[in-house]
Design a protein around this ligand. Structure first.
Ligand code: DUC
Ligand code: ZN
Ligand code: ZN
Length: 480
C-alpha cells in the first residue's frame, strides 16, 4: 500500500472551502489535516511515498458523470466511445466515476441486457463505473426482473416517453413500472418527451422538404418536453415513486419540476452542458464549408438544443442555482460525422442522436464559476456530491473525507484549457469532431486520482483499462 499527500491546496466541498492537506493510504482518504499539522508527525511529507503539490489550486472530489452511453447501439449504428476510450477521456477531464446505462429492449430479458453491459465494461474501464438499467420493454417478465436490480447494485432504471418502436413506454407501462419502483426503492429516470407527437411533427416537416438538422430541434418542440415532464410527475405522484428527469432542456420543464418540488414531491432534474451553452440557432442551424447545412448534425441530440431567443439556456443556469435542477451529467453519446451522423444526410430523422462531452463537463461547469453563474461549492455539488447522493454512492464517492475513496482532482484556477481537435487542444474522445471546438476554459484539470492511483499528472495519462471497478450502488440518499 502506498501513501500520498496532497499539500497546500484549497479543499472544496459542496458546503465550503478550507486550506488543508489530504492524506491517502492505498485507495482511501485517511486524513484531512490543517496545514502544518504535526498530528501525524513533524514532517509528514518526508514519510509518504508521494507528495502532490496543490499550492494555489483547488482540491475537489472526483467528478461523477451519472449519464453516459458507451458503445450504445442506437440510430442504426453505435456510440463510438468504448468503455476504454470513454472512461480514459473522462479521466483526462477530472471525472473518476461514471454511471452508464445497461439496455433491455422489447422482448429481451433484463438479466441478459445487464450481463451484456457487464461484459462490455469489465476489465476495460480506466475509472470506476456503475449501471442504471434501461427498461425498453415493460412487460410481466421485465417488471419481475426489476425487483432484483437492487441486489445487483442497480438502484435506478430509465424509461422513455420518446422513441416509439425503440425504447418507448406508454402511460400504462410507466404506471406499472413506477408501482414496482415505489415498492423496491428504485429511482425512476425518465426521458420526458412526447415521442408519438414528435414523430408526427417530424414526418410533416420532412414531407414539406424541411430535412436539415435544424428541423430536428423544431420537431422536438418544448411543448413536447413540458407535457411529458408533467405527465411523468403526475404518474410519479400517483404511485409515490421518486422521479429523476434526465437531460432537461426546456425552461417550461424546469417550471414543472419546480412546481412539483414546491408541493413536496421527490422530483429531481438533470441538465447537461449542451443545454447550458449551445442553442438551436447557433449550433443546429450552423452552416460550414465542409458540411453545409448538415454541420448542425454534430449537435443533434434529444432532448434537442433549444432557442436562445426563448431563454432556455439562462433558465438552466438559474435552475442550477435555485436547486430546481440538482445536477449536471453529459448524456455522453458520441457519434462521428463520417459514416454515423452522415446516415441522416437528407433526413434529419435518421441522424443518430447524441453529443460527446464526458471529457469537458468539469471544465465547462467550472467556466460557470468564472462567469459568476455558480459558486465554487455549487460546482462541486452539481458535478460530484449530488450525483453521489442521488445514486447511492455518497460516503464512498462525492466527498473528500476520511474513509472515502481517494478520488481526487487538483484543479488549477490559473491554468487554461483549449477544447477541440488539434495541436495544443484537448480531445481524447473517439469522435472525429468536437461539439465544443473553440471553447476556452479559464482553468485546468492538473492531477486526477482514482482510488489512490494517479491517472493524470503533468499532462500525461498514467491510468490503464481495468483499473476501474464496478460500483454496486445503494438506494438514493437524496430523498426528502
Ligand atoms: N438522447 C440522446 O441524445 N442520445 C442517446 C439517447 C437519448 O435519449
Ligand atoms: Zn434520453
Ligand atoms: Zn441518455
Amino acid at each position: 500500500m502506498s501513501t500520498l499527500l496532497i499539500t497546500g491546496g484549497t479543499v472544496v466541498s459542496s458546503t465550503g472551502r478550507t486550506e488543508a492537506d489530504v492524506l491517502v493510504d492505498g485507495e482511501t482518504i485517511v486524513a484531512v489535516l490543517a496545514p502544518g499539522s504535526t498530528l501525524l508527525g513533524s514532517d509528514l511529507a518526508a514519510s509518504v511515498d508521494r507528495v502532490v503539490d496543490a499550492t494555489g489550486k483547488y482540491v475537489i472530489p472526483g467528478g461523477i458523470d451519472a449519464h453516459t452511453h458507451m458503445e450504445l447501439p442506437f440510430g442504426g449504428t453505435h456510440a463510438i466511445d468504448t468503455f476504454e476510450s470513454g472512461t480514459t477521456a473522462a479521466a483526462w477531464g477530472g471525472t473518476t466515476s461514471i454511471i452508464d446505462f445497461a439496455v433491455q429492449r422489447y422482448g429481451e430479458r433484463v438479466e441478459d441486457g445487464l450481463s451484456a453491459w457487464h461484459d462490455k465494461a469489465r476489465g476495460n474501464c480506466a475509472i470506476d463505473y456503475g449501471f442504471h438499467q434501461i427498461i425498453g420493454g415493460v412487460d410481466e417478465q421485465s417488471l419481475k426482473a426489476m425487483t432484483t436490480l437492487v441486489d445487483e447494485g442497480i438502484t435506478s432504471y430509465k424509461l422513455f416517453m420518446a422513441y416509439p418502436g425503440v425504447f418507448y413506454s406508454d402511460d400504462a407501462q410507466i404506471l406499472k413500472a413506477m408501482q414496482v419502483a415505489a415498492e423496491s426503492g428504485l429511482m425512476t429516470m425518465m426521458h420526458a418527451e412526447n415521442g408519438p407527437a414528435i414523430d408526427v411533427l417530424a414526418e410533416q416537416l420532412y414531407n414539406a422538404g424541411k430535412t436539415t438538422p435544424y428541423f430536428h430541434g423544431v420537431a422536438r418542440a418544448w411543448q413536447m418536453e413540458e407535457e411529458a415532464t408533467h405527465r411523468a410527475i403526475m404518474l410519479a405522484d400517483l404511485t409515490n415513486a421518486p422521479l429523476y428527469v434526465v437531460h432537461v432542456s426546456a425552461q417550461q420543464a424546469v417550471a414543472q419540476l419546480a412546481a412539483a418540488r414546491d408541493r413536496g414531491q421527490n422530483v429531481f432534474g438533470e441538465t447537461c452542458p449542451q443545454y447550458l451553452y449551445l442553442s438551436l440557432e447557433e449550433q443546429l442551424g450552423a452552416v460550414s464549408e465542409q458540411w453545409g447545412e448538415f454541420e448542425g448534425a454534430k449537435w443533434v441530440c434529444s432532448t434537442p438544443l433549444r432557442s436562445r431567443a426563448e431563454g432556455h439556456q439562462d433558465a438552466m443556469w438559474q435552475g442550477l442555482r435555485t436547486n430546481d435542477l440538482q445536477m449536471v451529467s453529459t448524456d455522453h453519446c458520441p457519434f462521428c460525422m463520417k459514416d454515423q451522423k452522415e446516415l441522416g444526410k437528407g433526413d434529419f430523422r435518421a441522424i443518430p442522436n447524441g453529443i460527446g462531452s464526458i471529457e469537458h463537463r468539469m471544465d465547462l461547469l467550472y467556466q460557470g464559476v468564472v462567469t459568476g453563474q455558480l459558486t465554487l461549492e455549487r460546482w462541486v455539488e452539481i458535478t460530484s456530491t449530488t450525483p453521489a447522493r442521488m445514486f447511492g454512492l455518497y460516503g464512498k464517492k462525492g466527498v473528500i473525507a476520511p474513509g472515502a475513496d481517494a478520488d481526487i482532482v487538483v484543479y488549477d484556477p490559473n491554468g487554461h484549457t483549449s477544447i477541440g481537435i488539434g495541436e495544443g487542444k484537448t480531445h481524447h474522445m473517439a469522435m472525429d469532431h468536437s461539439a465544443w471546438e473553440g471553447y476556452e476554459i479559464d482553468g485546468h484539470v492538473d492531477v486526477v486520482i482514482s482510488r489512490g492511483s494517479v491517472l493524470v499528472s503533468d499532462g500525461e495519462f498514467h491510468g490503464r483499462a481495468g483499473h476501474g471497478q464496478y460500483l454496486k450502488r445503494g438506494l438514493t440518499q437524496y430523498l426528502h
